[in-house]
Each structure stands twice: as C-alpha cells, then as structure tokens.
Design a protein around this ligand. Structure first.
Ligand code: SF4
Length: 707
C-alpha cells in the first residue's frame, strides 16, 4: 500500500544525459521511491533506471571510511577477478591521516619529477562545480593540463568535428525537437536502452507521422518504429554517408542559398563526393543503391529533418570523419538552425556535457578555450592568480601509456588522482590499462564503492553519491539543472567538493569556498565568470528556481534551446565543410579471429555497473553477463541460446552466456561492458581516432567458441 514519507526532495536523475527531473521520497533517511517531475526533457517521465535504480546509494558495499593500502600488499590485477576481502588489502584510517597520505606523495612526485608526472581523471558523474574545481586543482595545483574524463571514451570525436565545423561541440537542437521534424535520422545509437526517455519522444513523434530512419549495424528496438532501417556493415559509416551526399549533390537537392550565405569549402566537398556513387558504396556498406537514394532524397527534401547519434558513430578510428559527414549532410541541405532540424550527439552520462564545458579536458580551459591560445592562458592566469602550462595535457588512453613509459621519459605519469571514474573497467585493452594503473607509484581514488580501479589504489577516499549532495549538471540538451541533497552520506563518507578542497589545501592552494554545501554556490559563481559567453545569464538563484538552457548571456535571456539561426559560433560565422575518405578499422577479422566485436550498453545497467549492479531491481532484471548473436550465426557455429561461450581477442578472453538477438548482424557479437566477471574491454582494441583520441570500442576481431 502507499507508504508515508518524511520528506520529498527535488533533484535530477543521476544516470543518463537525458536529464530527467526527479523527486526523491525519503523515509527514515533512506530514499524509498523516486517520482518523475515536470522537467523540460522528461515532463514527468522516467525510465527503469531513474525510477527503480536509486537504492545503490544504500548498498552495504558503500565505502564509509577512508582506506589505506596495507604495507607490503602488492597491487595485483588478478585480485579484480577474485573474491578478496577488502580487509586483506586495506585498513581504515581517519580523514586526517588519509588526506595526508593521499597528498604528500603527490607533492613529492611533483618535486622530484615535475608537474607532468601527475595526472587526474575527473568524472561526468559529478556536478559542474566538482568538475570545475577538479580541473582547477590539476591545472593550478598539479601544474599541468593532464586532466581528462570519460568524455574521451564517449563523444570526443563528435566534439572534435563539431568544434572544427560549427564552432561548438554541443547539440544544436534539443531531443524534443523531434516533434517538429518530418524525418529524423538515428545513427549509431540505441536510444531505447541508453536514452530511454529520449526514445519515448522519438516514438511519440513517429506515431504522429515523423519518419524515423535508423542507420545502424545492430538493429535495436527503435527499428520497430522506423520508416526505413539501414543495417549497414559495421565500420562503413563514411561510405554510406558520402553516398547520400553524392545523391544530394548530383540531384541538385542542395540548399544553395544556405551554402552561399553560410558555408565554407563547399566546392571541395561537392568535388570530393563525386566518386562516392551509391552503386560503388553499396558494395562497401551493404545497403542497396536505391535505398541510399530514397533516404538521401527524403532527408534533403523534408521540411525539417534532424540527425541524432550515439557511440556507434563516435567510437571508431574514423569517428571524427563520421561526424564530419553528418555536419556536411545537415549543412548542404540547410537542415540546421530551425526547429526540428540540426545535429544532436546524444550525451551518455548525466553530466558529460557539463564536465566538458567546465574544462575537465586536457586541451581546453572552461568553455573550450584552448590552453595553447595565449590570450586564454593570460585570462586564466589572471583569474586564478597563478602560472599555467601552455602545453595540452594527455588524454585518458594516452595517460595509461604514459604510466607504463620508461623511466627515462620526462613525461612518465607516476601519480594519479581519480575521482568517480573506473578506467580499470572502461578503458580499452584492460590488461594494459590495469597494469598501467597498478604500476603507478601513487594512486588516489575517490569513489562511493571499491571499484575495480579503487582496488589498485594506495588511498581510497569515501565520496558522496549524487542524492547526498547539492550541485548542478548540464544535460544533452545544454540545459543546466540543480540537484539537491536528499540524504546524508553514510558513515564518514564526505561530499566530493569538500574532499577536493582538502587535497587542494594540502597541495599549497589557498582555497576557502564558503557557504552551504561546501561553498557550492560560490564555486558555481566563479565558474560562471569563466563561462560568461555561454552561461553569463544563469546565476545560482535562477537555477534554484528552475532549469535554464544555455547559451544564456543575460538575466533577461530566456535561454536558447535552438542555436545557429543566422550564424555559427566559428571565427567567420560560417560552417566549415570537411570531406572524409574511407578509413578501415584498426584491426580486421582474419581466419583466427573471424568475428567483429561490438561493445555497448543495455537498458538496465549503467556503464561499468558499479551503481546499477548494486541496485536491487536492476540487478534482478539483468543479473548476468550475456553476449548477443544472430540466430543464423549461432547455427553456423553450432551454438545454442543460453549456453556458455568463450570470446577471445588478441588481448584477452571472457566467458559468458549466449543470447539470441537477430538485430545483431551476421559475423558479429555484441557484449555490454558492465560486467566485471566478463569485462568486454579485456577484448577491445586501444587504437585511437587521431583527432578526438577516442578508442575504437565498436570494432575489433574476436573468436567465439563453446566454453
Ligand atoms: Fe534517468 Fe536517463 Fe532514464 Fe531519464 S532516461 S530516468 S535521465 S536514465
């Protein structure tokens, strides 16, 4: 029956980038249920994660005291797969001792080996204020730009292409604009699993007549609502998209007025796509030429058409090229700058947009001001009253390489501070990544659970879960929203803003943010000054009253959900078109490893599983690791649904249960990366896109056999 509650607290869902607003219902200092709240992205809707996934915060696995690695206990990566008792590895400590033991070795390494011997990973799971302070700590305290976060594994290539092309890495139109589109292209995305409430708006639009074109090697639920489904061969995005551009150019379907007034390098692009005929590209991508023509015409001639994409586009060595093609498609047809048009890279984490905006990336200060730009450096040196390094820092995967660099490398990374990220599960080629983490002379991990990464730490600092603190997050639509503390952290666990400031003070920074919730409003207001050009009009009081979408530059600016109406935020105000050629995946299948591995996510589990596998309902729904294969492929290999299989690549192997899924293409196997007992990233390849430095999680060669 209905349960009485002690209080209700308004906040934001901690899982995906859709940014649904929630109300936590609290009784006896526990969140007992979650209600959907009226918000611009969700209007009261929630998915299964938002509604039933919150009891991870009350898990008995929460770390409640600071932990110190016991003397003489080696950092053994094999421990991650076993069932070791944490007491065999760590001892409990006071905050005073733990903070000193966390920071003194960082200071010593900096003195001995220089600022570049240290690096920090922040988190897209934290607030904007935490992201801002963390990158400020690395830049001003550690003394280098070696700071990054999981955006590197997510949309780094999308952002590289968008900054180059349209001058802004964020979306042009909100998800809910699908209601104003005649046609939407959903490419490399499984929105029903990964952005469920966004998918619900797409399905609502389809029911009212919007044509959905799904382009994906793996056909998922949204395909059941699609007007056309283009199951192209994995890794051939550019072939398909260039063929569409070819059709639009050769059939004179370009918006020539738009191109004349607003685009650069048009002639080069048009000349480049001449050779990419649908007939020639059909052989490459596996889509009939007539279908390519039909879809290209429908997109170009729609009154309003929108493109939404996910990691299927971005996680390739040609991820940046894939997005260059999408930008070209929207630009040559003038499908941008109006309601129901534009480009929407669906953000994965609840705050990956905000964390990137706040400067949690190695090549840019807050608001995407390049560290290599002298005037930006001057501004921040004055603002933070310190000297700054003008060299871009290393990215996530590069930092792992630098941890294993020889002693003689002046940029060898020896000490790290990792807040709320789990690279020992999320990085490609885990064998390598885990050894890199274990080889660090000093590793400080701040998290809510003893994650796989925390097992390799010297000092573990118990942090707060999202419902235990107050701060802001920015969703995939560029909407900034406030989350509020609903319950206290367990035991001695502390708010992350407090911990970051304690570390900063011990590294010689004179930081004293004051006010409620560790000075969160003061931190926000400082960040807002550094981001005046986009968020200048959004003060703390305004966010406390409701959600605001940036750009919003003054108090009377209502915020701008749709951008690029009459200009792009590039130097000359015009979009830059960049042609892309065919580049193959870094690792190809062969006789020994004949199948393609595609990794990804599933509805019930969030990324590395540290939260959702400890949420009772979600764990009950999907309790075990599974791999998906097409029934015909299973038949060919003599495999049965439900049986155990062994999947091996050149880098490692996993064993898990087999599930039949005829949306997975022939010649491929799909594995979600949330399961430590069958960690998909043991298999993946660490090859990087040269522009975004994103790894190729969507393609490597594997062998599948009965276990
Ligand atoms: Fe949370 Fe995303 Fe689900 Fe909304 S769609 S409830 S933000 S996980």
């Amino acid at each position: 029956g209905p349960q009485s509650v002690d209080r209700e607290v308004d906040s934001v869902c901690p899982f995906c980038g859709v940014g649904c607003l929630v109300t936590f219902q609290v009784r006896d200092e526990k969140i007992i249920s979650v209600k959907g709240r009226e918000g611009p992205a969700n209007e009261g809707r929630l998915c299964v994660k938002g509604r039933f996934g919150m009891d991870y915060i009350h898990s008995p696995d929460r770390i409640t005291r600071p932990l110190i690695r016991k003397a003489g206990v080696a950092k053994d990566v094999a421990l991650l797969e076993g069932h070791t008792d944490w007491r065999d590895v760590f001892r409990e400590a006071t905050w005073e001792e733990a903070l000193d033991l966390a920071t003194l070795p960082l200071n010593r390494l900096r003195q001995l080996h220089g600022p570049k011997s240290l690096a920090g990973f922040g988190s897209a799971k934290g607030s904007n204020e935490e992201a801002y302070l963390f990158q400020k700590l690395v830049r001003t305290g550690f003394g280098s730009n070696n700071v990054d976060h999981c955006t590197r594994l997510c949309h780094a290539s999308s952002v590289a292409a968008l900054l180059e092309g349209v001058g802004s890495g964020a979306v042009s139109n909100p998800v809910r604009d699908v209601a104003h589109a005649d046609l939407i292209i959903v490419i490399g995305s499984n929105p029903t699993a990964n952005h469920p409430v966004a998918a619900s708006w797409m399905k609502n639009a389809a029911r009212r007549g919007t044509r959905i074109v799904l382009m994906d090697p793996r056909i998922t639920d949204i395909g059941r609502h699609a007007w056309r489904t283009l199951q192209f061969k994995a890794d051939t995005d550019v072939a398909l998209l260039n063929a569409m551009l070819h059709v639009i150019v050769t059939e004179n379907l370009c918006d020539e007025t738009f191109l004349r007034e607003r685009a650069d390098h048009v002639a080069e692009l048009k000349a480049h796509v001449r050779d990419y005929t649908p007939e020639a590209m059909s052989v490459v991508c596996g889509i009939p030429a007539d279908t390519i023509r039909e879809v290209a015409r429908a997109y170009a001639t729609a009154k309003a058409a929108m493109i939404l994409w996910g990691m299927g586009v971005s996680q390739h060595v040609h991820g940046t090229d894939n997005v260059r093609c999408l930008i070209a498609l929207a630009s040559i047809t003038g499908q941008i700058g109006r309601p129901g048009t534009g480009l929407h890279p669906l953000r994965g984490q609840n705050n990956v947009q905000g964390a990137s905006d706040a400067g949690l990336i190695p090549m840019m200060y807050p608001n995407y001001q390049r560290v290599s730009d002298k005037s930006a450096q001057d501004w921040f040196e004055k603002f933070w009253d310190t000297k700054l390094d003008d060299q871009p820092g290393y990215t996530v995967v590069e930092i792992m390489h630098k941890a294993l660099a020889p002693e003689s490398d002046p940029h060898k990374v020896r000490g790290m501070y990792i807040l709320g990220e789990n690279p020992a599960m999320s990085d490609p080629d885990l064998h390598h990544a885990r050894h890199a983490l274990a080889s660090l002379q000093h590793l400080v991990v701040q998290d809510i659970f003893l994650t796989e990464t925390a097992w390799l730490a010297d000092v573990v600092l118990p942090a707060s879960a999202w419902p235990e603190k107050t701060g802001t997050v920015s969703n995939t639509d560029r909407t900034v929203q406030m989350g509020r503390q609903a319950v206290l952290p367990p035991g001695d666990a502390k708010p992350d803003l407090w911990i970051i400031q304690q570390i900063a003070q011990r590294m010689g920074l004179n930081w004293h943010y004051v006010g409620a919730h560790e000075g969160v409003a003061q931190v926000y207001e400082e960040m807002r000054q550094a981001m005046a050009l986009t968020m200048g009009g959004i003060d703390w009081a305004r966010l406390n009253a409701g959600s605001v979408t940036y750009p919003c530059v003054s108090a009377d600016d209502p915020g701008q959900p749709i951008v690029f109406h009459d200009h792009f935020p590039t130097q000359d105000g015009r979009v830059r078109l960049v042609p892309a050629s065919l580049i193959a995946a870094a690792e190809q299948t062969d006789a020994d490893y004949p199948l393609v591995l595609i990794t990804g996510r599933q509805l019930e589990h969030w990324h590395t599983g540290s939260m959702t596998r400890r949420a009772t309902v979600l764990d009950a729904l999907e309790p075990a690791a599974t791999a998906c294969m097409h029934g015909a492929e299973m038949g060919r290999l003599g495999l049965q649904p439900g049986q155990r299989i062994r999947v091996a690549s050149r880098r490692g192997h996993v064993e898990l249960a087999l599930r039949q899924d005829n949306g997975t293409p022939l010649g491929a196997v799909f594995i979600p990366f949330a399961y430590v007992e069958a960690a998909a990233n043991e298999l993946t390849h660490a090859a990087l896109d040269p522009f975004g430095k994103i790894p190729e999680f969507k393609y490597c060669a594997v062998r599948v056999e009965s276990a």
